[in-house]
Design a protein around this ligand. Sequence first.
Ligand SMILES: Nc1ncnc2c1ncn2[C@@H]1O[C@H](COP(=O)(O)OP(=O)(O)OP(=O)(O)O)[C@@H](O)[C@H]1O
Length: 249
Amino acid sequence: MKTLKQTLQSVQQWWQSSPSPEPSASGKKIIIEFQNVHKTYDNSAYPLREVSLAVYKRDFLFIAGASGAGKSTFLKLIYGAEKPTSGDLTVLGETMTDVKGDRLSQLRRKMGIVFQDYQLIPQKTIAENLTFVLRAQGFRPEQIQRRLPATLKMLGLSHKANCFPRYLSGGEQQRASLARALVGTPPLLLADEPTGNLDSHNAMQVMKILQKLNRMGITILVTTHDERLIEFLGQPVLSLDQGRLKPVL
Ligand SMILES: Nc1ncnc2c1ncn2[C@@H]1O[C@H](COP(=O)(O)OP(=O)(O)OP(=O)(O)O)[C@@H](O)[C@H]1O
């Protein structure tokens, strides 16, 4: 990837050419609310207990915790891949225990999701993976033409646009997954270990991009177990410890 200064300049240019579909300065508004949420799985693992949390528009939170602490489960509840076993969860105005079908699809279109295992479509090139998302979000061809190259450039992937995911390194696939999550400038970005496969230089660059996008209005939740990254950025951190969510002092 480029130098940090070049990267941040391209974030600025990218944002100017693809402004958020939502106004970014509408005050402090709760967009995710967990109220005493529990989540159990059939095999009796007990990943989340009594989770209560309000996430405000434009927050940037890290969710830390050891392997198996429940970080992915926490994000899955937010994007509706799992349902709470009990308690109330509201995301962007939807009650997550009820939402399904078309309404869940509509809700997901307002989120950018970086999956731990990337989940790029293997039969599509990187450019096609991004285009697929933009079409689903209702962007017109000329908007797609503008967003696509700018997003790929921002993540240092212009030269990989026409490659299939299997020809990319793990780190490149991770950046492609991030590009796909960001290309539609969603109001909410959920990223599950988005730097797990990056060297420390690229991990820091990706985090700086996220920080800059957050300042421009995107609400961001990131899971990680990389303490150095958290210390460096100085963002608020919540820790999942045996299923309980605690602020890290
Ligand atoms: N679909 C599932 N069915 C049953 N148990 C599950 C399922 N998904 C996760 N678990 C269990 O729930 C617990 C939390 O898993 P989760 O993936 O949320 O943790 P994590 O903190 O993201 O871990 P990692 O950092 O290793 O990705 C683990 O004990 C896991 O085995």
